[in-house]
Ligand binder design. Structure first.
Ligand code: UD1
Length: 417
């Protein structure tokens, strides 16, 4: 099992192209199940979570290949409607295939996703909505057995929480439902807009994506499309944290600044200077970061839960105390114990973490327990005195494409061992 060896205190400089968004690519791949012909998906990141989705598409009967920077997917050969347990377990987001398989084949069988590293991942909102659309769903022995022999029907769905996954699942399923589906209290993340853009290019009739109410008029077939995945705002946020803790100036390229509207002010509070131009963002960090105002994770357009861990790592070396309130997931402070091993001063109680900045972190042997926690340890390692050895690198590979190479190119001393 490989580890990362980081020798801290190297300044970063230069320009970095930000990869395509994992959380956008995953639902887009699932949505291709409804299409006829070959889809060409550009800017699809090369990650283990994406490989897991490709494994599911191939199992179902799709042809999938990579050509240059593009992913080619043809779903015409689909001949199965189940996902085996071992494929389901590879990525928790595989639940987004439920609505797609059900809409395409009239049935779907898959294991229950269960809990994961960052806490329970319930799917009650997905199931309730699909049932409202006429699906018969039985939950037995850890499996979901879903049928809609006469197809799904459009209806009015109100989500009790703007779940990203449930909004995507319903949006995809509703494209083949009879009549109109309205999703109220829908998630507003940029990844929802990207999914709608892709599906509308294929001939879907989705309006309101990015707003609280999404309206989907069902169609009977979808064509294929060429589509470029939006840049990954969480990878961008992580790179900002890397620059911030190393007092560096770097330029992020290929990004959408408006997607970072809740993240940029947090770095500005810490004393960083940020300049946005079309598709680019330059960050210039001070010699010592300042504490930030309370950081509360919220559904978009609020501060993203996925950026909490890397930003918290930056707060560890800021001057003063920063309070974090994690409102989205229950178990999202597992990186804090490892940061404390590196000399951080953090107290967590329930959803609150109080980070009292220290003058310096020092290298240690630490272990990542989840994807964004792994990113936080990299951020900490970059500014720590001496060497940090990070195990649990497989988590990082779920969401960050060759992250050590990206950082090395900026001047960091980081390598896989
Ligand atoms: C997606 C992202 C993930 C991000 C999260 C929140 C993908 C592949 N993953 O995850 O990186 O951290 O959004 O921005 O896009 N919930 C329920 N019942 C449900 C569904 C969700 O109670 O049926 C709860 C969850 O437990 C959690 C909250 O709603 O507390 C948010 O979950 P959700 O928005 O669904 O996150 P995901 O789509 O799983």
């Amino acid at each position: 099992m490989s580890k990362l060896l980081v020798t801290g205190r190297r300044k970063l400089s230069g320009e970095v192209y930000v990869q395509g968004a994992k959380n956008s690519a995953l639902p887009v791949l699932a949505a291709t199940i409804l299409t006829k012909g070959e889809n060409v998906i550009f800017n699809c990141p090369d990650l283990s979570d994406i490989d897991a989705s490709v494994g599911i598409l191939r199992y179902l009967g799709c042809s999938v290949s990579r050509s240059g920077g593009a992913m080619l997917i043809n779903a015409e050969g689909i001949n199965k409607s189940d996902i085996p347990d071992e494929l389901m377990r590879k990525t928790r987001s595989s639940i987004v295939f439920l609505g797609a398989i059900l809409a395409r084949t009239g049935r779907a069988r898959m294991s229950f996703p269960g809990g994961c590293e960052i806490g329970p991942r319930p799917i009650d909102l997905h199931l309730k909505a699909l049932r409202q659309m006429g699906a018969d769903i039985r939950e037995k022995h850890g499996y979901l057995d879903c049928t809609a022999p006469n197809g799904l029907k459009g209806t009015k769905i109100t989500l009790s929480f703007p779940s990203v996954g449930a909004t995507e699942d319903v949006m995809i399923a509703a494209c083949f439902a009879r009549g109109i589906t309205t999703i109220t209290n829908a998630a507003r993340e940029p990844e929802i807009c990207d999914l709608a853009d892709f599906m509308n290019k294929c001939g879907a009739k989705i309006s309101g994506a990015g707003e609280g109410v999404i309206v989907i008029e069902g169609v009977t077939s979808l064509n294929s499309a060429s589509h470029s995945i939006i840049p990954d705002r969480i990878v961008a946020s992580t790179l900002l944290a890397c620059a911030a803790v190393t007092n560096s100036k770097i330029l992020l390229d290929g990004i959408v600044c408006s997607h970072l509207a809740s993240v940029i002010p947090v770095f500005e509070e810490a004393g960083c200077k940020i300049r946005c131009t079309t598709g680019k963002l330059e960050i210039s960090a001070p010699e010592r970061l300042r504490a930030m105002k309370t950081v509360r994770t919220m559904p978009y357009p609020g501060f993203p839960t996925d950026a909490q861990a890397p930003v918290l790592a930056a707060a560890c070396v800021a001057d003063g105390t920063t309070v974090f309130v994690e409102n989205i997931f229950e178990n999202r402070y597992r990186h804090t114990g490892e940061l404390v091993r590196m000399g951080a001063n953090i107290k967590t109680v329930g959803k609150v973490a109080v980070v009292e900045g220290v003058n310096a972190l020092y290298g240690a042997s630490v272990e990542a327990a989840d994807l964004r926690g792994a990113a936080a340890l990299v951020v900490a390692g970059l500014c720590a005195e001496s060497q940090t050895v990070i195990s649990g690198v497989k988590y990082l590979q779920r969401g960050y494409e060759n992250f050590e190479l990206t950082l090395s190119a900026l001047g960091a001393d980081i390598k896989k061992i």
